[in-house]
Design a binder for this molecule. Structure first.
Ligand SMILES: [Cu+2]
Length: 233
């Protein structure tokens, strides 16, 4: 009884101060490839070889660690009406075009954010975006134009290409809220500050599609979620 009163008092105090007790857990885990991985592909450079390189580029559309962890997987909670907005970063996220590759190959920005497309190659590139919900951009970026900002107002998954160098490819995920994260080179990820509850955790990879797993986030601390892309049949 005494405990209940205390809880009520704390609750009342929080309401009086206009703050909610912050309860949030973290989802930590790793995304792995199930089954035998395909051989690593490479991309032949066909023009501007002085800048783009004479060697073949590694195909970044599926990058696996030696233990089959998958890089560049977007892990997110799709149905999250209570999720906070992803904060706009102090500096605009950048997409660098270097040696005729997009760096980074996949990135997440908040809806309403602006991505700065950089041209550090000193040659002509032509950024071409393939959005579903935002306005497409198809714009030449001559060598003297070092920075080209593109705003993404709405949540989206956007394929990025260059019309000058047809092998250049990348992806931008425009997140509607904060519960989005990206796997590192070893396939590991961490999603911080998720409100406690049971959710469908989605994970998306550009060649493997999207899969889901159920996860129950505790009020504090970490919950482990090791995710696997089942091999295609
Ligand atoms: Cu290009």
């Amino acid at each position: 009884m005494k405990r209940t009163v205390n809880v009520l008092l704390v609750g009342a105090a929080c309401l009086a101060l206009g703050v909610l007790p912050s309860l949030a857990g973290n989802i930590v885990g790793k995304v792995s490839y199930g089954g035998t991985p395909p051989p690593q592909k490479s991309i032949t450079v066909t023009k501007d070889k002085d800048i783009c390189g004479r060697e073949a580029h590694p195909d970044e559309s599926l990058v696996l660690a030696p233990d089959k962890g998958i890089a560049n997987v977007v892990v997110y909670i799709k149905d999250a009406p209570n999720a906070p907005k992803m904060a706009l970063p102090a500096a605009n996220p950048q997409l660098d075009q270097r040696s005729c590759k997009f760096h980074p190959h996949v990135q997440i920005i908040p809806a309403g954010g602006t991505m700065e497309v950089l041209n550090n190659d000193g040659i002509l590139h032509n950024i071409h975006t393939y959005p579903k919900n935002n306005t497409p951009v198809n714009q030449a970026q001559p060598k003297f134009k070092k920075v080209m900002p593109i705003k993404f107002a709405k949540p989206d998954t956007v394929r990025l290409a260059c019309d000058v160098h047809t092998w250049m490819n990348g992806w931008l995920v425009v997140a509607p809220h904060a519960w989005y994260t990206l796997t590192g080179p070893d396939g590991s990820f961490k999603m911080d500050n998720v409100a406690p509850g049971t959710y469908k955790l989605s994970y998306w990879q550009e060649t493997l599609g999207v899969q889901t797993a159920q996860v129950t986030v505790p009020a504090t601390g970490d919950i482990k979620a090791d995710l696997t892309f089942a091999p295609k049949k």
